[in-house]
Design a protein around this ligand. Sequence first.
Ligand code: PMP
Length: 370
Amino acid sequence: MPVRDELPVRDELRGKSPYGAPQLDVPVQLNTNENPYPLPEPLVERIAERVREAARGLNRYPDRDAVELRTELARYLTRTAGHEVGRANVWAANGSNEVLQQLLQTFGGPGRLAIGFEPSYSMHGLISRSTGTGWISGPRSADFTIDVASASAAIARHRPDVVFITSPNNPTGTAVDAETVLALYEAAQAAKPSMVVVDEAYVEFSHRPSLLPLIEGRPNLVISRTMSKAFGAAGLRLGYLAAHPAVVDAVQLVRLPYHLSAVTQAVALAALEHTDTLLKYVEQLKRERDRLVAELRATGYEVTESDANFVQFGRFDGEGATHAAWRRLLDQGVLVRDNGVPGWLRVTAGTPEENDAFLDAVRALKKEQG
Ligand code: PMP
């Protein structure tokens, strides 16, 4: 619902609706790119222990600098992303949305511009707007890859202060290669000193390695990550970034004091102790994602190459047909996402049973459509 016009809200927020996927109570929910597996019971026990410990100190403010958590996140990145980082390179906040907000508060703001290559994660534009940063919708090719020449031309024309590159991209699943990121970084720095933010929310599901090693020698490059997807902890709200220590210092200027509660820090630390188990679920989800791609193609759908835990499929003939297909799947108890990309829907990889239910529903849809 748009916010009431009578309230004296800021001009740029007038008539706008809040972000949010429909939260409908249906049997098979494959619409928000969550991890379908509940946390394993030994981890639940460990969380309870860690939270009990934290509760004894809740009369005090939490560790403002989240030293232990940042140390463990750095250890995780060093182990999995092929590049050594330390606590000074890492910053954490309540979900990567808050990380992105802090980056825009620091490097964007009134009179400044951010660019992203759309269709992409719509919150990049929305957080830009809510921080007073102008938003430029940059181009993407018909196959949803980023064309270096046209993206660089858009950067040269608009001279943005912040450049968003989402890899793997949401909602298309498209990964971006290191050469493209490097070319856009060069294009951005040639236009003016600016920050390039690589949003790697889904990178653990990718066929390709993380772009994290690119931060070496590039102080204006930031990698954004989250525990919402691979760690199966969307409810925890823990996002983090890796970058040159100067970036970590800079975001301190805008972070609220004690923004990361002691409970959040305790739960995230418990989850990090169980990284190996959680990454096994990631392997299972990657296999299921690849199965969805193969089965959708075998059923006659077009599928965008996916490096994420979701798959974009279509094509439906126009906005009406796309919405009608979404509705038909919902009638069969399967909720997928209509991201407003004309002709395409997005399905999150769920458990094998959920994916079977989805595949039955899309096969039935194909039969109806002939
Ligand atoms: N980046 C991308 C590309 C996403 O798709 C999402 C979640 N949908 C986020 C960031 C934010 O995730 P969180 O705030 O849960 O870390």
